[in-house]
Write a new protein. Structure first.
Length: 363
């Protein structure tokens, strides 16, 4: 993992050097003062990602925190598309096809994509999934409505104002049960306390309650600090534990893979009544065959974001058996959400933010 992280950083820096050199060629007619100013702005944006991460636990104004966060992470996507387009134009030159003002065309296309991606991110979809579980429950004569969300990443990127919109969106569904598949918190609990986000989370309403499992970002934010914040809300954290609802439905909350000592599914299901419905929350959708073998009825996961922006979605499709959406294997239903919010760059290009509504019928 450290080797992969270092490789990504090196590629990011090399990509920015490539863009910078191409930009310098395009600006060769400009004065030295303009070149110096634009160079400072360019590298300030390129390096702001590292600054925002290093200062994630430092108390600062919301404006500064959000500016660093959005500039730094947004520059990742800017770099991705600029490199793709500039490399494409260079490739065309090998075939003696020259694109005049290629740098400016690449810049215009990239900024247009980012504008679309930001708009798309701000308008999450509501996905309705109707499933049938061939088991009976207590006192349920109508489908159970479950709102399932993941990857909200509360912090400087997803602030209290956006959280308020999400809470209203969730409550508007009038769910019987709310499930959160991990990564409620982004990189630190500091901005959550600063904006008192627990006040908004307290507005979540569902008769059967609100349950969540840790994601890898709860560990990045310090798992003990994350647990303490969650305890200040009505959300019940399931960390390698099982809860049985009044209607007999059992929810298994599995700890994140970040915890190398987490319990196996075999250990978690040894005291579960398989005659009644079983829902599994597991942040990262790995080893789905174990879920089927354990006779789980429904698994809800997140983590992948479906890559967030194309072509990263092609990578997540390769890495995960199911990187997004619904599938059924035997009597087990799976759903991997692309996330209600997202990590880092505030863009959705080729993917969507979403809230998932399960209408579950029982026999």
């Amino acid at each position: 993992m450290p080797t992969l992280f270092i490789s990504i950083i090196c590629l990011y820096l090399l990509g920015n050097i490539y863009i910078f050199l191409k930009g310098r060629q395009a600006l060769k007619a400009q004065s030295t003062g303009v070149k110096v100013l634009l160079s400072l702005i360019f590298w300030g944006c390129a390096l702001s990602f590292f600054v925002s991460f290093l200062l994630r636990d430092v108390v600062m104004s919301d404006f500064i925190g959000q500016t660093l966060q959005e500039t730094g992470t947004g520059w990742l996507v800017f770099t991705l598309y600029m490199v793709i387009l500039l490399a494409l134009f260079d490739l065309l030159r090998l075939f003696h096809i020259r694109i005049r003002s290629g740098f400016y065309i690449a810049l215009g296309i990239t900024l247009s994509l980012l504008g679309y991606g930001y708009y798309n991110y701000q308008h999450p979809d509501t996905k309705v999934i109707n499933i049938v579980i061939n088991k009976s429950v207590n006192n349920e004569d109508k489908p159970l409505k479950v709102v399932a969300i993941s990857d909200i990443h509360l912090g400087y990127g997803t602030d209290k104002a956006m959280l308020q919109q999400y809470v209203e969106l969730i409550n508007a569904q009038h769910p019987d049960l709310i499930l959160i598949g991990g990564d409620l918190i982004d990189n630190s609990v500091v901005p959550l306390y600063a904006e008192q986000m627990q006040e908004e989370l307290a507005r979540l309403k569902a008769p059967y309650g609100v349950y969540m499992v840790p994601g890898n970002h709860e560990y990045i934010s310090n798992i003990e600090a994350s647990k303490k914040f969650i305890q200040s809300t009505p959300i019940i954290l399931l960390q390698d534990s099982v809860v049985t609802l009044p209607n007999g439905i059992q929810i298994i909350g599995r700890d994140d893979r970040h915890n190398k000592n987490r319990l196996s599914l075999t250990e978690l299901t040894k005291d579960v009544n398989l005659e009644q419905p079983v829902i599994l929350l597991d942040h990262q959708p790995y080893q789905l065959e174990q879920t089927v073998a354990s006779n789980i009825d429904l698994q809800f996961s997140g983590h992948t974001h479906h890559g967030q922006v194309w072509p990263m979605s092609l990578i997540t499709d390769h890495l995960f058996e199911l990187s997004y959406g619904y599938k059924q294997e035997g009597n087990t239903h799976f759903y991997v959400s692309s996330g209600l919010s997202l990590w880092g760059p505030p863009f959705r290009i080729g993917t969507d933010s979403e809230l998932v509504v399960f209408n579950i019928s029982f026999k």
